[in-house]
Ligand binder design. Structure first.
Ligand SMILES: Cc1cc2nc3c(=O)[nH]c(=O)nc-3n(C[C@H](O)[C@H](O)[C@H](O)COP(=O)(O)O)c2cc1C
Length: 195
């Protein structure tokens, strides 16, 4: 069975990003995948210090929660990465994960996994697409296969609008694009790993 990991880049628990990532994961589960949620708001993650030890050894020299998170990502078949829009981009919590993921790139351990992105902003055009683009850059640079939310909408992934924590619960486009993204990630991961 394929395993799909959902990553919540928000520091807020039970907020809009968590809600939409959970919707996407439920949809991946309905399509036949095993799922797991990782919340960066609960994690101790230090920023990358550019010591380059990962270039020499493939291991990170910082010992915090990233070790366990990288291991889960490495063992997965697909990733759904969600972030609130902060000044048109991802949160610092997610950016720390992105930079600290460098050990996995040393011999392209994420190659041919499937990935997709979700972004939630307080405004309708508050930077959801630029935030998703940053997540897509991360996935591309790891040689992950990127999917969007598929037909019938078929755009960049999950795009939500809402400020108050529970706002995304009534955001039909955010919910639907996130569900569609979860299905796409799971279906392609199953296709790639079917043998
Ligand atoms: C520091 C900060 C910066 C933000 N910048 C933006 C922004 O550029 N565009 C936008 O639409 N919303 C912005 N917001 C609003 C959040 O994206 C929005 O409240 C989102 O729903 C939060 O997601 P969460 O509920 O998962 O924490 C910002 C919020 C914070 C705290």
């Amino acid at each position: 069975m394929v395993k799909i990991i959902g990553i919540v880049g928000s520091p807020r628990s039970n907020g809009n990003t968590e809600n939409l990532v959970k919707e996407a994961l439920q949809s991946a589960k309905d399509a036949g995948a095993e799922i797991e949620l990782i919340k960066l708001g609960n994690a101790e993650i230090e920023p990358c210090i550019a010591c380059d030890i990962c270039k020499a050894t493939g291991e990170c020299a910082i010992y915090d929660d990233m070790g366990g998170i990288l291991e889960k990502i490495r063992e997965s078949h697909g990733l759904i990465i969600g972030s609130p829009v902060y000044f048109g981009s991802v949160t610092s919590q997610l950016k720390m994960l992105i930079d600290r993921s460098r050990p996995l790139r040393m011999d392209f351990k994420l190659k041919n996994k499937v990935g997709g992105a979700i972004a939630v902003g307080g405004s309708r055009n508050g930077g959801q697409e630029t935030t998703i683009s940053t997540i897509h850059d991360f996935l591309l640079i790891h040689d992950v296969i990127i999917v969007g939310d598929g037909a019938p909408l078929a755009h960049y992934g999950g795009t939500g609008v809402g400020s108050a924590k529970e706002a995304s619960e009534s955001d039909e486009v955010g919910l639907q694009t996130s569900r569609n993204l979860g299905k796409r990630v799971a279906e392609l991961a199953m296709k790639i790993n079917e043998n």
